[in-house]
Ligand binder design. Structure first.
Ligand code: FMN
Length: 437
């Protein structure tokens, strides 16, 4: 498929999952909570498990990409929130990690079992591994993460719209990996264009789970590695499953298929790590305590804080896949800045648009009472990648805001066409995020 075809195909699925005042009225997403599919994948007991050791920095790097950080128990129920946010707290994403050449750890592919804070060894490596799907003719001494989506966890509630949430949540998970890598001073590069379909088959995902991205962290050497010598058996990531044809088609249609002709990242390409300047202990605390704001008090944020936030958002993403995200802003309460609509830092119209922003975000007060509401837009060449880039920036925004003591919330529910009209753009609206006091 050519880039132009991918672009139009992506747009077709974006358009098919738009919200409008009418669509929200007709389908308000009410679900019977007791029918929620399980949010944690667990491989059968006969697989070997290794509890993550708090004194091991590789284990900690892996653990902090996905850890449970908040738990609330009720009489009949409990819920657990994690380092990564997720639309509706449904957590469709899973993490797998290939570990090779690290002392004290068996070379293999592991599933990160978030519920028990352990690694399940699902495949032992010999002369084979994930490189052959992701970085042909290379060997990675270190880690290769895979982010996947067990999409029914999200489509159970959000139906077709969850195609977006799967990609955005994957992007947030990439941001969580970036943050943990920063904390443990590991280099990473994210790869989107690889043979995901072959990998889904060989990992035994059937149609129920799909790989969205991979993250390489380690030394890349020239060597030919074989494909997995035997495919893995199917293990369900939910206790039951209902097919969603649009999501499956949307994933397949937006997956790279001409990756053979693409420039693969290789050891000669050095990506410049963004110059974040977090104080490490405070940043660790921020990763662990990050939460979504549930309401804002219409308080102001300082210009200095805003500049730090903006700088963090405009740092390049650690990937050779280039999808450009253009950010529009409705500024309500930033010291020294006029209220109004901005494209980047350029004022387009000076006015109080707080009520308008609330309306556009399906009447969510967060968008009205924020200091600033951000609209992430794009004319992408690959929709799947662009949505993940938006989610990744979202995770950066959560972390820098929370680090500065400012609240943040992703907003996935909004009226697409009306926002485009309001911003005066043809670019698709990939994500909305609000920050404030
Ligand atoms: C892609 C995405 C979309 C979201 N959309 C909304 C939204 O429209 N409204 C809202 O109040 N929260 C939204 N959230 C926040 C989630 O509800 C929140 O992440 C989840 O409840 C987990 O809580 P935590 O972020 O505090 O860990 C969204 C989060 C993500 C990642």
């Amino acid at each position: 498929m050519t880039i132009e075809q991918l672009e139009t195909v992506g747009k077709k699925f974006h358009d098919a999952t738009k919200h409008s005042p009418l669509s929200v009225m007709l389908d308000p997403n009410y679900v019977d909570a007791s029918t929620q599919p399980t949010a944690f994948k667990s491989y059968p007991n006969f697989y070997r498990r290794f509890p993550l050791d708090e004194n091991n920095s590789v284990h900690n790097f892996i653990r902090l990409t996905s850890a449970i950080t908040f738990e609330k128990k009720y009489k009949y129920d409990s819920y657990q929130l994690r380092v990564n946010p997720s639309a509706g707290a449904l957590y469709p994403t899973e993490i797998y990690v290939q570990i090779r050449g690290i002392k004290g750890i068996v070379d293999g592919i592991y599933h990160l079992e978030v519920a028990t804070d352990s690694l399940t060894l699902i495949y032992e490596l010999i002369d084979d591994g994930l490189e052959s799907y992701i970085l042909p003719n290379c060997l990675v001494k270190g880690l290769i993460f895979l982010v996947s989506c067990a999409y029914f966890r999200s489509s159970w509630k959000y139906k077709n719209r969850s195609l977006r949430y799967c990609f955005l949540d994957s992007g947030h998970h990439l941001g969580a990996i970036e943050a943990s890598a920063y904390l443990y001073q590991k280099d990473i590069q994210v790869i989107f264009n690889f043979d995901k379909i072959a990998l889904n088959n060989d990992l035994g995902f059937e149609n129920k789970e799909f790989v969205t991205a991979s993250v390489v962290s380690g030394e890349i050497k020239s060597k030919t590695i074989r494909k997995l010598r035997s495919p893995l058996p199917f293990v369900s990531s939910t206790d039951y499953f209902e097919v969603n044809p649009l999501i499956e088609a949307g994933y397949k249609a937006t997956v790279f298929q001409d990756f053979k002709n693409n420039l693969f990242p290789n050891k000669n390409i050095v990506l410049q790590s963004p110059p974040f300047s977090y104080q490490l202990e405070q940043f660790r605390e921020t990763i662990i305590t990050r939460r979504s704001a549930r309401a804002f008090k219409r308080g102001e944020i300082s210009q200095l804080e805003w500049l730090q936030i903006w700088q963090c958002l405009t740092q390049p993403l650690l990937t050779i896949s280039k999808e450009t995200i253009e950010i529009y802003l409705v500024i309500n309460y930033i010291e020294g800045m006029e209220s109004g609509l901005y494209r980047g830092l350029q004022l387009l119209q000076s006015k109080d648009f707080s009520e308008k922003a609330k309306y556009l975000c399906v009447n969510q007060a967060l968008a009205r009472d924020s200091a600033v509401t951000l609209f992430l837009t794009s004319t992408y060449s690959n929709y799947q990648t662009a949505m993940q880039a938006a989610g990744w920036l979202g995770q950066r925004l959560y972390l820098i805001s929370n680090y500065l003591g400012i609240g943040c919330s992703g907003i996935g529910a909004y009226h697409d066409d009306e926002i485009q009209e309001f911003l005066g753009t043809n670019k698709d609206i990939l994500y909305v995020i609000a920050i404030g006091r």
